[in-house]
Design a protein around this ligand. Structure first.
Ligand code: NAD
Ligand code: UFG
Length: 350
């Protein structure tokens, strides 16, 4: 049963997807405990979550500064609170960095997650929603990507997601009482409609939308468009961008599914819109939403990039009763609202 007092541990809850999901969890009546080591986030993001949900619901939110690689940090949390489920966002996600420093990725993503399973098992908390990624489809032979496609990783980051999916499947087979949902996100973008929460990457952004956003506010001079000779309608690569609030709601749907489905086993779902948008179409939509011109530099393809990736959304729709509500227009509107109110992110300074 799903009851309003259920306690959910959210690892990496101070991060981009985590903060948006925590807001929706609190509004949905759940009690939330965040653990984060601020490797890629700041306390201000947690303050903003509290501000958004108000003083009443904030009472249902705890924060612990801790690192998943340190089992004691997890032990301390689980020994004082009985969690009903875990949503596990904590991890590193920069593809380029993972190629340069794979050990950092294996340590953080693999060791951190293995510790989490150990402590969850010890305290008999066996319901998990795991942040996987469309990266596990590699360069898909066919599109849309369907959950039962052959999986393949293209870089160390992708390998951590693939290994962690396999680890989840093995654990669930060995101990059938586990209920695990693997959510494969496509390209999360946008921000909370209030303009108070959004993505705030450190350094030069790796991903398209944060980069466009920083060009729009004058932090970067132009956008490098990686590839203009792809066999697509305008020569640029195509992805399935999904509004972070839709993604957040996808986690609530997954959680409800875990609580209500005894035989869920270990099941993967795509979270995408099922629609592909090219890089140049995304730039165009952002220019319309912001009224800003984004200067472009056409560059060679980025190594390892696929031509076209988008999700089949049927399984999530049918089994989770979830479907994305927002289109590219709303994604750009909300991303711009966040950008113009927070041009330098949470810190407010260069
Ligand atoms: P993010 O970096 O904003 O959030 C991750 C959070 O985890 C950060 O707050 C970071 O400080 C924390 N963290 C990292 N290692 C930790 C550790 N060892 N102990 C405690 N906290 C730790 O990233 P995000 O975009 O919110 O992504 C969340 C999850 O979704 C990640 O697992 C990521 O791989 C996955 N994902 C993200 C995308 C994307 O494009 N944003 C796409 C697919 C999958
Ligand atoms: N792009 C540019 N210029 C930039 C950044 C990106 O042209 O400055 C292009 C890329 O070449 C690609 C598209 O914009 O064609 C999207 O690139 P992103 O880096 O934003 O996203 P990816 O699809 O490459 O990958 C992202 C995450 C992965 C994750 C994947 C699926 O970085 O970790 O989405 O969820 F696995």
């Amino acid at each position: 049963m799903v009851s309003s007092s259920q306690k959910i541990l959210v690892t990496g809850g101070a991060g981009f997807i985590g903060t948006h999901t925590v807001v929706q969890l609190l509004k949905g009546g759940f009690h939330v405990s965040i653990i984060d080591n601020f490797d890629n986030s700041v306390m201000e993001a947690v303050h903003r979550v509290r501000e958004l949900v108000g003083p009443q619901l904030s009472q249902n939110l705890d924060f612990t500064l801790g690192d998943l690689r340190n089992k004691d940090d997890l032990e301390k949390l689980f020994s004082k609170t009985k969690f009903d489920a875990v949503i596990h966002f904590a991890g590193l996600k920069a593809v380029g960095e993972s190629v340069a420093n794979p050990r950092r990725y294996f340590d953080n993503n693999l060791v951190g997650t293995i510790n989490l399973y150990e402590v969850m098992a010890k305290y008999n908390c066996k319901k998990m929603v795991f942040s996987s990624s469309a990266t596990v489809y590699g360069q898909p032979e066919k599109i849309p990507c369907v959950e039962d496609f052959k999986l393949q990783a293209m870089n160390p980051y992708g390998r951590t997601k693939l290994f962690l999916e396999e680890i989840a499947r093995d654990i669930q087979i060995a101990e059938p009482e586990w209920r695990i949902i693997l959510l494969r996100y496509f390209n999360p973008v946008g921000a909370h409609e209030s303009g108070k929460l959004g993505e705030d990457p450190r350094g030069i952004p790796n991903n398209l939308m944060p980069y466009i956003q920083q060009v729009a506010v004058g932090r970067l001079p132009e956008l490098n468009v990686y590839g203009h000779d792809y066999p697509t309608r305008d020569g640029s690569a195509i992805r399935d961008y999904i509004h972070v609030m839709d993604l957040a709601d996808g986690h609530i749907a997954a959680l409800r599914k875990l609580f209500t489905t005894e035989n869920i086993g270990c099941t993967a779902y795509n979270l995408g819109t099922g629609r592909g948008t090219s890089v140049l179409e995304m730039v165009d939509a952002f220019e319309k939403a912001s009224g800003k011109k984004i200067p472009l530099k056409l560059c060679p393809r980025r190594p390892g990039d696929a031509t076209e990736v988008y999700a089949s959304t049927e399984k999530a729709e049918k089994e989770l009763g979830w479907t994305a509500k927002y289109g590219v227009e709303e994604m750009c509107r909300d991303q711009w609202n966040w950008a113009k109110n927070n041009p330098w992110g949470y810190s407010g300074k260069p």
